[in-house]
Design a protein around this ligand. Sequence first.
Ligand code: GLU
Length: 465
Amino acid sequence: MSSIQKSVRTRFAPSPTGFIHLGNIRSALYPWAFAKAQGGIFILRIEDTDLERSNQASVDVILEGMAWLGMNPDEGPFYQMQRMDRYKQVLAELQATGQVYPCYMSIEALDALREQQMAAKEKPRYDGTWRPEPGKTLPPVPEGVRPVLRFKNPIDGVVAWDDKVKGRIEISNQELDDLVIARPDGTPTYNFCVVVDDIDMAITHVIRGDDHVNNTPRQINIFKALGKEEPVYAHLPTVLNEQGEKLSKRNGAKPVTQYRDEGYLPDAMVNYLARLGWSHGDDEIFSRQQFLDWFDLDHLGRSAAQFDDAKLRWVNAQHLKASDDEQLALWVKGILSQRGIASDDRLPAICGLFKDRCDTLCVLADWVAVFYGDVVPKADEKVQHVTDAVKPALALLVEKLSICVWDKASIALVIKEVLTELGLKMPQLAMPVRVLVMGTAQTPSLDAVLALCEKQKVLERLKNA
Ligand code: GLU
């Protein structure tokens, strides 16, 4: 970095070749957070040059997932396919300065070379046949063959960078062969496009998965050839699944939007993902704002993080419990309407009453649905709690409730009266009432639950004993 303080510009550069999962979106979270924490700019760049594997559905998951998590880019999305002319222009500049050269070696010859090197236990690499050097005579150009363009990688010296996660990395240039940067049809290849983009988008910090660590020395050499300074790099360790394998679609990783559909809260996801590779002391639960206030590159973890579904649910439960009732009501209303259930202005209070016993919005919606739809008491609980012995008490309760003012205090009073008149203890009455009214014996305090239920519905359900 130059001594002049540049304002931070980061990017997330996914390839839309499959649905992005939690491991991928974590590679968006950190650059986003770093830009926000530094008052910088976060850019989204869709790397869609693999035409066979890229698809719109994958782009949609990226855009929807980021919007859901509130990680909106300040610039972009830019699509690499729309920048082809620019790459070709920069390629021509490199060509003009003699830093790329045409290579006519056929695929067959390259394969033979590779086999020969492998047999000799050498690392397969292009041997520089077509690389022009002073005093060297190149082979005759074969007719009718369109060449690839290769980048003239420096022969000597090392490429080195201070990785913000991995520390200093040094690679000898002798390890790197001359990279193909344009195909025979003239289209530029991956590493070249990335560098042109990172230059044009003035990226100061590249924060990405460490599966790209091998590309970095090649990219740095291209930066140098273009007379530009490379950004700061931070290569994030892999995210493993619960079986300890690299998280991937093939072994069951879900698209990030599925977590939204399963009732996870965006801030809980941000919290969980943040901790999957970064720490702030022992803090486990924090808000989005706290995360942004605290985030730095110095506390990124060096070892692979392991996804843990139970922990994610726990984090979600903590955020759910701490959420504002009105906000919960908005989310739950959405879920209910997908289920064809209409709600009313009781919704925030119902959410408030049940939120501390739910770990997802869908579980909360299940509870809420009992207030708006039908209820089928759990059979075993009905047998256990709604006994003949308790039926007179239920009848008396119905009688008293039907003339009772419908609020929590009045309902509590009625329950007390029934208990006293029939000499019962609270659970003897509360359990069957819960089973009949809510479908299950496990509910919050009975008076609070009944007060939020419609009177008519309560009476009907109690008469079902
Ligand atoms: N498109 C690459 C990927 O999805 C990321 C490239 C980068 O961040 O430089 O893995």
